[in-house]
Design a protein around this ligand. Structure first.
Ligand SMILES: C[S@@+](CC[C@H](N)C(=O)[O-])C[C@H]1O[C@@H](n2cnc3c(N)ncnc32)[C@H](O)[C@@H]1O
Length: 358
């Protein structure tokens, strides 16, 4: 009897939350659809915990043939019964499909696990990196952004191949690119590289340790009719080699993950583990010498922990050390997050972005 009562209460709560989500998504989509058509954004953020008791993040993906949603459930501060959670997720997915008028099959919701505390999915599988493949079926589509094309995969990974939050930074790179030598570190699926190449970069070098993502980057480049040179390497080893061979770039993009301890990093200068909070100064200090005079380093961090502690622009070490030892002049460091915050992230969390000019 009590069990039935609890189940009924849970189901009523879920129903009420589904309705709240439906209304919120209707309103957001009404506004964002027009904005996206006007500005050429094929992938955008619809929802990020707008309603606290619905802890989802949802992105919309659309082209002229298909519309889809990729989303994730944040880890709840309390344990929820897995069966109840499954039912809840299904109800939210159905509400999203209905609100956006899309096929329910095209709504992909996953569990976003904290990177340091990985948990098995309800399917029983255990994934040890944020970027590991999640299923065997593939739902791929090509989305347009600022007239460029990118392949996204909504079914197989937590991240889909493009990060909507860095859209305006990608555009900025395109504007900066003409005639420049560009280095894209942690390049993932190569979206910055494609923008740079399309913008007229003299050359574009991309580095990532994952062959899966480098293949994806090559497909993105081919789709846009550009060539990018991509190297499969641990970024920290790459930076060492580049320094000793005297290579230099006009623009460097460093958008590292919060944490990484892949086997491929074993024996690297960081002892095989990258932790943004511990190692960002090291990363910057290795990038800055590779910048030509007048060059620009774009540095982005998505980690909440980093954003909470901040990067002290006035007296943080990497730039000052670098200034003292090598550059002999001030480096300008600017927080450009506000400049690259697009409409869909107006009141939403996004990575913090810095521009360091040599
Ligand atoms: C946060 S994503 C980068 C996103 C990308 N900048 C973008 O905007 O599309 C992280 C990427 O870093 C790569 N990665 C992580 N640690 C690495 C390392 N030590 N060396 C090279 N690549 C690394 C991963 O394979 C993944 O593709």
């Amino acid at each position: 009897m009590t069990e039935n009562k609890t189940a009924t209460e849970a189901s009523l709560r879920t129903g009420a939350q589904a309705e709240l989500l439906f209304n919120r998504l209707r309103k957001r989509q009404k506004h964002l659809r027009k904005w996206a058509a006007r500005t050429g954004a094929g992938a955008y953020r619809l929802y990020d915990r707008d309603i606290p008791e619905i802890p989802l993040v949802l992105d919309f993906y659309g082209n002229d043939k298909a519309q889809a949603v990729s989303g994730a459930l944040y880890k709840r501060p309390y344990e929820k019964d897995p069966v109840e959670e499954e039912l809840w997720l299904r109800a939210m997915a159905a509400a999203a499909a209905e609100a956006l008028n899309i096929d329910g099959q095209n709504v992909f919701l996953k569990l976003r696990r904290r990177q340091y505390h990985r948990k098995p999915l309800s399917s029983g599988k255990n994934f040890d990196t944020q970027y590991q493949k999640e299923s065997n079926g593939a739902f791929e589509m090509v989305i347009k952004e600022n007239g460029l094309s990118f392949i996204v995969n909504l079914s197989d990974y937590i991240d889909t191949g493009i990060f909507p939050d860095l859209r305006l930074l990608r555009k900025m790179i395109m504007t900066e690119a003409p005639g420049k030598a560009v280095l894209n570190l942690f390049c993932y699926t190569g979206s910055f590289s494609v923008y740079a190449a399309k913008g007229g970069a003299r050359r574009t070098d991309s580095v990532d340790m994952s062959s899966t993502y480098l293949e994806w980057a090559a497909r993105n480049a081919a789709l846009n009719g550009v060539e990018i040179s991509a190297e499969r390497a641990d970024v920290f080893r790459f930076l060492e080699r580049a320094a000793s061979s005297g290579r230099r770039w006009d623009l460097i993009i460093a958008d590292p993950p919060a944490f990484s301890n892949s086997k491929k990093m074993a024996g690297n200068p960081l002892g095989g583990v990258f932790d943004i909070n511990r190692d960002y100064q090291f990363l910057l200090s290795k990038c800055l010498p590779l910048l030509k005079a007048g060059g620009k380093l774009f540095f982005c961090v998505n980690a909440r922990s980093f954003q909470a502690r901040g990067f002290n622009l006035n007296n943080d070490d990497p730039c000052n050390n670098f200034k003292d030892e090598s550059a002999g002049k001030n480096l300008s460091v600017r927080d450009i997050t506000g400049q690259v915050r697009d409409e869909d992230f107006r009141d939403k969390r996004m990575p913090v972005c810095y521009l360091i000019t040599k």
